[in-house]
Design a binder for this molecule. Structure first.
Ligand SMILES: Cc1cc2nc3c(=O)[nH]c(=O)nc-3n(C[C@H](O)[C@H](O)[C@H](O)COP(=O)(O)OP(=O)(O)OC[C@H]3O[C@@H](n4cnc5c(N)ncnc54)[C@H](O)[C@@H]3O)c2cc1C
Length: 396
């Protein structure tokens, strides 16, 4: 049976996170945004509060010390986090995939990270696949000999020695561990040659570059990474053997896309509510804006998109929860849904800006920030669609 009615626990969680978004996330992120010195990329008190509310450990199975929440509940939580701030929600989301996957790790590998992760409220994570020459090559994938990712991890005795450059690693400056994708075979096609590594940020030979300056999602510092003979114990290789990063990572791909769509949804809800409030309060030509037919239509479009996005996010959350092994179908829908939420974003941004007239992109109002944040996070959904239209070659 399919049921979209929230349980009492889910309703409580939604309310708790809505309050957290209003009272804590928005004010803290506003202060950080306005600090033009960019000396600080994160508010650690906010991270700690978020951790105490269970965000970091939400998906870790209960028997391993987490909350063991299911995906339908996780998307309710993440919609509210994003309603507070899209960038902040993204700084947390790596923990969700980690928590879901950790149950499958062999126990000794779990022990490299899990005990420290559980005891430290500031233990955050990051993931790094992208390289300067084009991330699309990883997603499509560009599966010719030696194609795509170039970062190379060479096995030397009981260590891997890693060299290369990564681009766009979000949350690296806040993280304690980065999951890094590298070639363990220089010559082979990517789907057979990539491996994933767990890399503590104090690994000798790893340098995390200064975050790039983006117009939006300012709470999500995104940096280049440089590996110069970065040395890792061979045991920090994830997965059963080298060369299987795609197989190990593929079931996670739909989860990543799910939370990306969900975070956009939080932004849509925020822009819809701000626009509705503004349209009710502002009087033009002797009556509130909302009484103008064209404004009503724009609000209706925004609400329709928000509700439709929630419906597909919930559906996908249900699918990945009930049928996690249905990788191909889940991933196809995840690609399509992410593409749709990205396309719909433009309408939501445009309507919010239009309803606010000259104030839509004025920094006095929070609408401006949500418009920037959403726009910054839309990149690169074409490449996922391309993979889909090609028949998702990684799954054949
Ligand atoms: C704020 C931010 C945070 C990020 N965080 C991370 C992170 O934490 N970890 C990480 O690994 N990466 C991260 N990325 C990288 C992100 O995943 C890539 O930017 C994205 O996948 C697009 O890759 P690209 O920038 O290299 O674009 P390119 O590969 O150069 O592509 C340019 C454009 O052409 C399109 N395109 C390219 N080839 C094709 C094709 N064959 N068919 C159709 N369209 C095509 C692409 O869709 C894109 O629109 C982040 C990026 C940003 C902006």
């Amino acid at each position: 049976m399919i049921d979209f009615k929230l349980t009492d626990e889910q309703n409580m969680l939604k309310e708790t996170f809505r309050k957290f978004a209003d009272k804590d996330i928005r004010p803290a992120c506003r202060v950080l945004e306005e600090d033009v010195t960019r000396k600080k990329y994160v508010d650690w008190d906010l991270v700690k509060k978020s951790s105490k509310l269970g965000v970091r450990t939400a998906t870790i199975p209960e028997e391993l010390g987490g909350l063991g929440l299911d995906w339908p509940t996780i998307v309710i939580m993440y919609e509210q986090l994003a309603y507070g701030d899209l960038g902040f929600a993204f700084t947390q989301f790596h923990t969700a995939f980690f928590g879901k996957g950790i149950g499958n790790w062999p126990e000794h590998k779990r022990n490299f990270i899990l005990p420290k992760f559980l005891e430290d409220d500031t233990f955050l994570l990051a993931t790094s696949h992208s390289e300067p020459h084009g991330m699309t090559e990883y997603f499509v994938p560009y599966d010719v000999p030696g194609g795509g990712i170039k970062t190379y991890a060479e096995k030397q005795g009981d260590e891997y020695v890693i060299n290369g450059t990564k681009q766009f690693c979000s949350n690296a400056v806040n993280a304690k561990v980065i999951f890094v994708t590298a070639r363990t075979d220089k010559e082979g096609p990517m789907t057979k040659s990539l491996s994933s590594f767990l890399m503590p940020v104090d690994t000798p030979g790893l340098t995390i570059g200064k975050p790039y300056e983006y117009m939006g999602a300012r709470m999500l510092p995104t940096s280049p990474l440089y590996f110069e003979d970065a040395r890792l114990p061979a045991d920090y290789l994830l997965g059963p053997k080298p060369g299987v990063a795609y197989e190990v990572g593929l079931p996670h791909a739909s989860l990543v896309l799910l939370l990306k769509s969900c975070i956009l949804l939080g932004g849509f809800q925020a822009l819809y509510e701000e626009s509705l409030r503004y349209a009710r309060e502002r009087e033009i030509c002797g009556k509130p804006l909302i009484e103008q037919q064209t404004i009503k239509v724009m609000l209706a479009e925004m609400r329709g998109i928000t509700e439709a996005s929630r419906a597909i996010v919930w559906k996908l959350a249900w699918m990945v929860d009930k049928n996690p092994d249905n990788v191909k179908e889940n991933l196809e829908l995840a690609w399509l849904f992410k593409a749709m939420t990205c396309e719909w974003s433009m309408k939501v941004i445009r309507n919010a800006d239009e309803i606010h007239g000259g104030m839509g992109t004025n920094k006095e109002l929070i609408v401006e920030k949500f418009i920037r944040d959403i726009f910054t996070l839309l990149h690169g959904h074409n490449n996922r669609m391309f993979s889909y239209l090609k028949g998702a070659p990684t799954l054949e």
